[in-house]
Write a protein that binds this ligand. Structure first.
Ligand SMILES: *[C@@H]1O[C@H](CO)[C@@H](O)[C@H](O)[C@H]1NC(C)=O
Ligand SMILES: *[C@@H]1O[C@H](CO)[C@@H](O)[C@H](O)[C@H]1NC(C)=O
Ligand SMILES: *[C@@H]1O[C@H](CO)[C@@H](O)[C@H](O)[C@H]1NC(C)=O
Ligand SMILES: *[C@@H]1O[C@H](CO)[C@@H](O)[C@H](O)[C@H]1NC(C)=O
Ligand SMILES: *[C@@H]1O[C@H](CO)[C@@H](O)[C@H](O)[C@H]1NC(C)=O
Ligand SMILES: *[C@@H]1O[C@H](CO)[C@@H](O)[C@H](O)[C@H]1NC(C)=O
Ligand SMILES: *[C@@H]1O[C@H](CO)[C@@H](O)[C@H](O)[C@H]1NC(C)=O
Length: 507
């Protein structure tokens, strides 16, 4: 099996490199710790940046008709909520693997408990959760006063969900049950921490939340866990391994991850028993998808939570999770909410950003300096404020850049500016539960010349509804530490939870 150290680089050179990298890391680590301490105390504001975005694919529904059908048609205890894993069930080995013995002489104390009964308890809990979720899809009005009347009202007033009842019930079941084991293996700064500010912030914030010891979802022992988190940071690998040593072959990223999986699958039985289907990673870096290059067979079931959710690059909506990209201002957990009323929004459509990628070229060609109502800039003049422009615009154009995800979508949501997704093969965040058509507009690349007509054809009353829905959507893209109900971190966990519900592990 390939390891990080079986590399084409001569071993002494590699260790030399490693050592110098580590010395360097030590200082950067000190720097990053101070950076980290600032993140609660150091306010600064800047929405001015230029980045990218892409298209959507709604094929992954939290479609509960489908849930009940595939669930009730199976009698072997294996459950499928979305199609992919159930179709692959007989071939990917998930349904038939059983726990094996293991010696855990490292971080986890051996328990005298019977492993099979642990797994059985977990699976019985998941089965009850599935049953309750499915019931919620059938019974339209459920009185949820026991779990939070206000929160139930919040969800049930919204048309932003594919199925409000199912979403609500599923979220409550998750809060009640879900336990996540975060592997202890690996060293700082590549593992256990990530960037908590700027465009990759969701990667670091999620890792940090799971490592904080404050998450109600943290399992005390891996035997209690429904899902297993591999807390390495692709952004950190990029910064601390590839940037200092640009000549390092790129497949070292894949080797690092493969090696991490080798370690945990040798030490514990969990990876092997599910072939990785209850294991996940989180990355907002463009290179996130690259971890699977090289040994695709290892990653067939592994859940990748990625900002770079590009279906043309192997992102599978049924297995992977689309992570929102949020450009967190340094020292903050929130981005400004800009609440201008629809009637105060004088610009029809706005975009400012660098001409990255194919789609923005098309956008510039048709709209740069062409129209007072559709304002498209490659560089916003210094005298103008990006945030103010968003607050004055009805629609904010979110075209693809070099990669599919962009913090622009979330910024639009907080600016009360209806996002216009111009992209191909982008799976929008939380699109398994959120109905993006209720609060965003999708325009195909071919229709870029028609942007103005298409947006003008949306009636004022429809626009006002979309604008109002953005307010509700904001809660799902808000970062709280520790996380709170329905916020971004819990929505990410909920997406992972849904994928776990797809898998039944038999003992
Ligand atoms: C849910 O699935 C059913 C059956 O596959 C399909 O007919 C229906 O259109 C789907 N609903 C949504 C909202 O996707
Ligand atoms: C697993 O471990 C138990 C207790 O140590 C032992 O009795 C049993 O034979 C082992 N099973 C396998 C398959 O090795
Ligand atoms: C739900 O519970 C509240 C208070 O417990 C009650 O006032 C209300 O009538 C109930 N709603 C339904 C539909 O049963
Ligand atoms: C990751 O993939 C992208 C695009 O496929 C490529 O440009 C980049 O060099 C890759 N990086 C690594 C480390 O594999
Ligand atoms: C998991 O599978 C790998 C590859 O087959 C094997 O080397 C490893 O020992 C297994 N792990 C455990 C804990 O049995
Ligand atoms: C999505 O992936 C395809 C295939 O690698 C690539 O050609 C395309 O540029 C990507 N889209 C974006 C916006 O990065
Ligand atoms: C959306 O997903 C479906 C099913 O995975 C696929 O057939 C379709 O090509 C995808 N559409 C786009 C635009 O990627």
């Amino acid at each position: 099996m390939a390891t990080f150290f079986n590399s084409p680089i001569p071993i002494p050179f590699f260790y030399c490199l490693l050592f110098s990298t580590l010395v360097f890391l030590h200082f950067l680590l000190l720097y990053s710790l101070s950076e980290y301490q600032h993140y609660i105390t150091h306010p600064s504001h800047s929405l001015d940046y230029h980045h990218n975005i892409d298209d959507q694919n709604h094929s992954l529904n939290f479609n509960n008709t489908q849930i009940s059908r595939s669930y009730s048609s199976r009698s072997d205890g294996f459950v499928s909520i979305t199609s992919k894993i159930s179709n692959g069930a007989s071939t990917n080995g998930i349904a038939s693997v059983s726990p094996t013995n293991y010696t855990d002489n490292f971080h986890v104390r051996q328990r005298k408990q019977n492993k099979k009964s642990n797994l059985k308890i977990l699976e019985e809990g998941l089965a009850r959760a599935r049953a309750t979720i499915m019931q919620a899809t059938r019974i339209r009005v459920v009185n949820h006063s026991t779990t939070g009347e206000e929160d139930f009202k919040f969800v049930s007033r919204g048309s932003i969900y594919r199925n409000p009842n199912a979403f609500y019930q599923s979220h409550m079941e998750m809060e009640k049950r879900l336990k996540v084991w975060t592997y202890k293996e690996g060293e700082l700064p590549l593992v256990h921490e990530g960037p908590v500010n700027n465009i990759y912030s969701t990667e670091g914030q999620f890792i940090d939340e799971m490592e904080s010891g404050e998450s109600q979802f943290s399992a005390h022992h891996p035997d209690q866990a429904h899902v297993f988190f591999l807390p390495f940071s692709v952004a950190r690998l990029r910064r601390f391994v590839f940037k200092p040593e640009p000549s390092l072959p790129q497949h070292h990223l894949n080797l690092f991850v493969t090696d991490y999986i080798r370690v945990i699958s040798n030490r514990y039985p969990f990876w092997n028993r599910s072939a990785g289907a209850d294991h996940f990673m989180v990355s907002c870096h463009d290179w996130g998808p690259n971890i699977s290059i090289g040994r695709p067979e290892l990653f067939v079931n592994f859940i990748r939570v990625l900002c770079n959710a590009n279906t043309s690059e192997g992102f599978l909506p049924e297995r992977d999770v689309s992570l929102p990209e949020v450009k967190l201002p340094f020292g903050q957990l929130t981005i400004p909410k800009l609440g201008a009323l629809p009637s105060k929004r004088t610009i029809l459509a706005f975009f400012a950003g660098r001409v990255h990628g194919r789609i923005r070229k098309v956008l510039m060609k048709h709209w740069k300096d062409k129209d007072a109502e559709v304002q498209v800039y490659d560089y916003l003049p210094k005298s103008q404020s990006y945030a103010k422009k968003m607050a004055q615009s009805k629609f904010c154009l979110c075209p693809s850049g070099w990669e599919v995800a962009s913090p622009r979508v979330v910024e639009s949501i907080f600016a009360g500016c209806v996002p216009v997704i111009i992209s191909t093969s982008y799976v929008l965040p939380f699109s398994d539960v959120l109905d993006w058509s209720q609060f965003s507009v999708t325009i195909s690349v071919q229709n870029i010349p028609m942007i103005k007509d298409l947006l003008k054809s949306i009636s004022i009353s429809e626009y006002v509804k979309m604008h109002r829905r953005l307010k509700q959507v904001q809660r799902h893209f808000t970062i709280n530490r520790p996380s709170k109900r329905f916020d971004l971190i819990r929505m990410v966990l909920h997406s992972v939870w849904l994928r776990r519900l797809n898998v039944g592990l038999v003992s």
